[in-house]
Ligand binder design. Structure first.
Ligand SMILES: NC(=O)c1ccc[n+]([C@@H]2O[C@H](COP(=O)([O-])OP(=O)(O)OC[C@H]3O[C@@H](n4cnc5c(N)ncnc54)[C@H](OP(=O)(O)O)[C@@H]3O)[C@@H](O)[C@H]2O)c1
Length: 375
């Protein structure tokens, strides 16, 4: 059987390195044909040396990334870049018949209709399911995808995403607003890149994931719900109309969902340990507190508002997190910036092309860079 040819965008990052690990553990099943990183560094160089046949690209533009995918003609492209630099490559891959494993939330949240249209057209051409063409990698969405296997979406009542609650889960509103990077970067269960770790501390990440789920699974925002589950064992649940609920569990290790997306529809031999329920003893669940985590409330509202609001939200959040990490304001500045950015742009229509997505992203980024409203 021929090996699955993989292009890895964002190779030197947290997801990229874990994907490279999954691929290295299954050399008979996968072949890396392209590797792209930003600054790169030692980890990129090590990967490039271990995969001499793979085309290697550093600090490429959106166009360069698109060309890399088209020129190397992989079977699947794993998009693990941050920001929207991978958007054009994602759409081009779908159009060229390349399956996409999508870790990069910005591409789904900001790219919305543009990406989903390309995925639907690709699925129609292939006679496959949309999610076979555009495969979720985020652990919660992978969980929902797994729970939905063999099910019909019109029999679904709600999709539930779990949240660990982050490092400030039990903090007061005042402590959360005053938190500084050293505290907010200490994620209790997941080891991830800095941006997503801060998004977990504000719970904005969960709002972005709710929008991602709404788009990927074509369900109304109102049907996407959130549960705080500190143990990070259950990643997602699907509630059906007959009163039944299915849950997916796994160790909090991204190599699980990465392996599921790359190998689909075949489950790969374990790269991570199975969950040991007896050792956990009990699993707990609670509703999120939108008053203590206003960023989550703003993100959910932006998802419901649709139009340009999700794109504005995620662009502003990229800058807000950078400015927080640079010491411009404490954690409470992030929801303030998000509120102002969403209010500023939410009356605009949804972008209808890759160019319009990028243009909105740049305009909101500019707004957020200049924003000086932190109280
Ligand atoms: N980490 C997780 O567990 C996790 C879970 C779910 C979803 N996600 C999502 O997955 C995406 C990646 O997250 P991450 O945590 O892996 O981020 P990360 O550790 O910051 O990695 C980002 C990667 O993108 C690369 N990059 C930046 N500009 C690039 C360019 N022009 N061309 C090619 N590569 C470029 C970076 O390269 P350099 O570092 O070399 O500059 C790095 O390899 C995000 O959208 C995140 O929300 C992450």
């Amino acid at each position: 059987m021929s090996r699955i040819r993989v292009a890895l965008l964002g190779a030197s990052g947290s997801i990229g390195l874990q994907a490279a690990d999954v691929i290295a553990q299954h050399p008979d099943q996968f072949e890396l044909v392209a590797l792209a990183s930003g600054r790169g560094g030692d980890q990129h160089n090590t990967l490039a040396s271990a995969n001499p046949k793979a085309r290697s690209l550093l600090a490429g533009s959106a166009d360069d990334l698109r060309s890399l995918v088209l020129d190397t003609a992989p079977d699947i492209a794993l998009i693990a870049t941050t920001g929207v630099v991978g958007l054009a490559a994602t759409v081009a891959a779908l159009e060229a018949g390349v399956a996409v494993a999508i870790a990069n939330k910005e591409t789904i949240v900001a790219g919305g209709d543009v990406v989903m249209r390309a995925a639907r057209a690709a699925a129609e051409r292939k006679g496959s399911d949309v999610l076979e063409r555009l495969r979720p990698v985020d652990s919660e969405h992978s969980a929902l995808w797994q729970c939905l296997a063999g099910e019909s979406l019109d029999r679904v009542r709600s999709l539930w995403l779990t949240a660990s609650g982050g490092p400030l889960r039990d903090a007061t509103a005042a402590e959360i607003a005053a938190a500084l990077p050293a505290t907010a970067l200490k994620h209790p269960t997941w080891s991830m890149g800095a941006k997503i770790t801060i998004d977990s501390a504000t719970l904005v990440n969960k709002g972005l994931e709710a929008i991602e789920a709404h788009r990927l699974f074509s369900v109304p925002m109102e049907q996407v719900k959130i549960l705080v589950h500190p143990q990070s064992v259950v990643h997602g649940l699907v509630e059906f109309v007959d009163g039944s609920t299915k849950a997916q569990m796994g160790s909090p290790d991204m190599r699980g969902p990465i392996g599921y997306a790359l190998g689909y529809p075949v489950r790969m031999a374990a790269t991570i340990p199975n969950v040991d329920l007896a050792s956990h003893g009990s699993l707990t669940f609670a509703a999120p507190d939108l008053a203590r985590f206003p960023g989550l409330a703003i993100a959910l509202e932006a998802g419901r508002a649709a139009g340009a609001a999700p794109g504005a939200l995620i662009a502003a959040d990229g800058v807000a997190v950078d400015r927080f990490l640079a010491g411009d304001f404490p954690l409470g500045g992030i929801p303030q910036l998000l509120r102002d950015a969403v209010d500023q742009f939410d009356s605009r229509p949804a972008p209808a092309s890759v160019e319009e997505v990028i243009s909105l992203h740049e305009e909101v980024t500019q707004f957020a860079v200049q924003w000086s409203g932190a109280a």
